[in-house]
Design a protein around this ligand. Structure first.
Ligand code: AQP
Length: 338
């Protein structure tokens, strides 16, 4: 087999399973904005992933618009990137079925996110939640995406995408799908829960106090950082002193990511600082960075029809890439089409 070269192309997505969090922003969207100037980029509100757990239908539509508004307000530019919601491009679900027949049960059984989300009641989880990583592989490979910028929590799913692409290419003796690279970098690839530094910050976590929502107002942001769990010791003199201090490290990493610097530089600015100094400084920084985004989100959400038009136009552009890839996949697999 001669290895083809694939045009560099970015794909990534967010599911509308709740309001956008600071974790989604720092772990994903903020870097997408930079990448759209470097490579052809495709960003998706992955509504088919959201329904792997129960979603109220009316809230799902609004949630989809809210995630799209968050992406647009953060700087995703529909003139530079393709932005759409997944269910408007049916090829995602069609390719996912083929990948369900490529992925092995043993691989799926190793997925830690399924174990975390299904918890002790896995028998009651949907089949969709179990098959989630196969749909994610389809999202990525439908566009022959070479780079997937994600937070640390999605690394295992991108690795599974690579396994699916390799097995497909091997089984059908064609180098058809690229072996996609996860792009996981920056100081906040895993933003942690503000009340428990051993868990990641999630949209759907139990308490609102454990996360910063992109639509939180300044007072709420200040209150959440003030009440964020920490140990009693002040900040260390060097970054090595953050080892084994999950909550302290999380707040320093959030500060570093928001100010486009490193944890080392933050500690150099606040050596030995107490929480009474650092937490208000972090809250002020977060408000200064997030307020313009949340103001713009609110403005965009006042005109839902315009968001719907943007997503529909993006879906058309996405289908123009996706449909020929799916057709060729069908041909390779031997599925008859007229
Ligand atoms: N805490 C986080 N830190 C860094 N990155 C994060 N991401 C999510 N949480 C963090 C990144 O955001 C992108 C979109 O994630 P998603 O919405 O598709 O799914 P998720 O990772 O399951 O996000 P949530 O917030 O935890 O959603 P729920 O609670 O509904 O399951 C991904 O790139 C992810 O890495």
């Amino acid at each position: 087999m001669t290895a083809p070269t694939f045009t560099p192309r970015v794909f990534s997505g967010i599911k509308p399973s709740g309001g956008l969090t600071l974790g989604n922003y720092l772990g994903a969207i903020k870097r997408w904005v930079d990448m759209q100037s470097e490579m052809e980029s495709i960003y998706c509100v992955v509504d088919l992933h959201a329904i792997t757990v129960w979603q109220d239908p009316a809230e799902l539509k609004n949630g989809t618009r809210e995630i799209a508004a968050g992406m647009l307000a953060s700087g995703i530019d529909p003139a530079k990137s393709i932005l759409f919601n997944q269910s408007q491009v049916p090829e995602h679900a069609q390719l996912a079925w083929i990948f369900n027949c490529v992925a092995r049960l043993g691989w799926m059984n190793r997925m830690t996110q399924f174990k975390d989300k299904a918890g002790s009641n896995a028998e009651k989880a949907s089949l969709g939640l179990y098959a989630y990583p196969s749909l994610m592989a389809a999202d990525i490979l439908l566009y022959h995406a070479t780079h997937v910028p994600v937070g640390e929590d999605q690394k295992q799913h991108v690795e599974l995408t690579r396994d699916i692409a390799s097995k497909f290419n091997h089984d059908f003796k064609r180098d058809f799908f690229p072996i996609t690279e996860p792009v996981i970098d920056g100081p906040a690839t895993r933003v942690m829960n503000l009340r428990d530094g051993s868990k990641k910050m999630s949209k759907s976590g139990e308490s609102d106090m454990e996360r910063i929502n992109m639509l939180d107002d300044a007072d709420t942001i200040a209150k959440k950082f003030k009440k964020a769990k920490t140990d009693p010791a002040p900040l260390p003199e060097t970054v090595d002193g953050l080892k084994d201090r999950a909550e302290a490290r999380n707040l320093v990493e959030i500060y570093a990511a928001l100010s486009d610097t490193t944890p080392e530089a933050v500690i150099a600015d606040y050596p030995g600082a107490g929480w009474g100094t650092f937490k208000p400084a972090l809250a002020d920084l977060a408000v200064s960075k997030l307020a313009p985004i949340s103001d713009e989100m609110k403005r965009l959400l006042n005109d839902p029809a315009e968001i719907d038009r943007t997503l529909a136009a993006g879906a058309q552009k996405a289908r123009a890439i996706a449909a020929p890839v799916l057709d060729e996949t069908y041909d390779i697999v031997g599925l008859l089409r007229g």
